[in-house]
Design a protein around this ligand. Sequence first.
Ligand SMILES: [Zn+2]
Length: 45
Amino acid sequence: MEEVVGSCQVCGKTVYCMDGFLDGVNEHGKLKCFNCAEDSDKKED
Ligand SMILES: [Zn+2]
């Protein structure tokens, strides 16, 4: 079962919640897909 949570604030990709597991991250109220979350982690390093 998957449920649309919203769109990635960076790339606009739809982020789903699958079986209670979020297909992305929610940082300070901004929804991001895993790809964009990883990119921002690399930039901060
Ligand atoms: Zn994204």
